[in-house]
Design a protein around this ligand. Structure first.
Ligand code: ATP
Ligand code: MG
Length: 413
């Protein structure tokens, strides 16, 4: 992509009302646009990051035999009344609206109930199970406070997955496979080492749910961590967990974290409430066992922007960077011709390039490349071309070296 074709521009400052570092950086660098508190548009650079996160999540969900679909944002009131969750005192984040004929509908904040209702049409026999389904969907939540930038949106992208089973054992086995799949996701996203499987509230069948909590100063959660035993507990269940797990509170370290994922074992409760049954081999009917598994796609992007940035700007890990290489040309015809040619060659090799082909000062190109946070920068200048050399700078370390064309291509491939 040529920067001259991008409609976004970098800026020195973020909107005065934006207090979160992740959003400040993402707005300044042209990844997101703030529509209002908790609602952000994703611009061309931002979309590339989102799509790469989704790609990783999609590969790992497909690898555990889940199938992708897209549910609707408009939801029926009757479905949520079956479990008592239409009630605003029970679910305090509902956005609700009305159709022209006055029918009340909800805007999806979760899809647990609608997916169970849908499956009543497709699941009848034990032969129809197990099933796992997932989607990437924009969830709508009327959050009280939305001060954490894209880490807490009033609309945000979630990957939500739901699995359905004939027995508690089969559900538990799948639940554990999902934990491993989630670990691979966070590893590939570059935050695996700082992300802990954490005991949390909200299990129905089991006492605890499991959250994936990433150490992050800007996070809104607090967990207690036993690094030696690799045990993490959300503060909301610390008293219960200390009792159940036989650990003592003063062995634990308190850390600030952001919840990047959450998985639940509902047992057969949801199916009982909603009437999703299957007929077993012996002709007896039973409620279906269900698990629910979320990843906050846009929150993950915000957490990575917070954690991996420095005083110069964003620092994307290779796996989700909007491009691999930031190409800068300095000088007149010679440099531009060489840079054009290198741009084509790199792209032909499948290396994604953000090409700063603007007619602006070199200093501006360099500082923008740092703000945008592309992993590798290559500078083509009149002076260096004469010596068959290219300047290469690594974003994360800031180190600059001179390379021949052959060395450069080897490094980037
Ligand atoms: P929180 O406690 O942060 O409000 P939650 O427990 O209500 O989150 P879940 O319903 O478990 O969230 O949603 C699954 C995942 O979606 C969360 O683990 C989180 O990563 C993400 N998420 C939830 N709410 C938001 C939000 N308002 N903005 C961005 N991501 C969110
Ligand atoms: Mg949660």
């Amino acid at each position: 992509m040529r920067i001259s074709h991008l409609f976004t521009k970098t800026s020195k400052s973020a909107p005065a009302d934006e207090v979160a570092k992740n959003a400040q950086l993402l707005i300044r660098a042209g990844f997101v646009y703030k529509e209002m508190a908790g609602a952000y548009a994703y611009l061309p650079l931002g979309i590339r990051v989102i799509e790469k996160i989704k790609h990783i999540v999609r590969e790992e969900m497909n690898a555990i035999d889940s199938n992708e679909l897209i549910m609707t944002s408009l939801q029926r009131r009757e479905i949520w009344e079956k479990t008592g969750r239409w009630n605003d005192d029970v679910v305090d984040v509902w956005f609700k609206t009305r159709l022209k004929d006055d029918t009340e509908v909800g805007l999806g904040w979760s899809h647990e109930e609608p997916i169970v209702e849908m499956l009543k049409q497709y699941v009848h026999s034990y032969k129809d199970l197990p099933i796992s389904l997932y989607q990437f969907q924009t969830k709508m939540r009327n959050e009280l406070r939305a001060k954490s930038g894209i880490m807490r949106g009033r609309e945000f992208i979630m990957k939500d997955m739901y699995s359905f089973h004939t027995s508690a054992d089969d559900l538990e086995a799948y639940y554990n496979r999902t934990i491993e799949a989630y670990k691979r996701v966070y590893d590939r996203l570059g935050i695996g080492a700082d992300t802990y499987v954490t005991f949390a509230s909200g299990g129905a069948f089991t006492k605890f749910s499991h959250e994936f909590q990433t150490i992050c100063d800007a996070g809104e959660d607090v967990i207690y961590l036993h690094r030696g035993k690799n045990i993490a507990v959300n503060e909301e269940v610390i008293d219960d967990a200390v009792r159940e797990l036989g650990i003592s509170r003063d062995e634990l370290e308190q850390v600030k974290t952001a919840e990047v994922g959450n998985i639940f074992n509902f047992g057969s409760q949801k199916a009982e409430e909603m009437g999703l049954d299957f007929v077993d081999a012996d002709d007896s009917a039973h409620p279906v066992f269900m698990g629910s598994y979320g990843i906050g796609v846009t929150r993950v992007m915000g957490v990575i922007a917070e954690k991996l940035s420095d005083d110069k700007g964003l620092v994307w890990p290779e796996a989700i960077a909007p491009a691999n290489v930031y190409l800068v040309s300095i000088g007149k015809d010679d440099a531009i011709g060489h840079a054009d040619e290198l741009y084509d060659e790199l792209q032909a090799k499948g290396i994604e390039v953000l090409y700063d082909d603007r007619d602006v000062r070199p200093g501006e190109k360099f500082s923008d490349s740092e703000l945008i946070g592309i992993p590798h920068r290559v500078t083509v200048s009149d002076r260096l071309i004469a010596e068959n050399q290219y300047e290469y700078t690594e974003r994360v370390s800031g180190e600059t070296i001179l390379l021949t064309r052959e060395q450069l291509l080897a490094k980037l491939s």
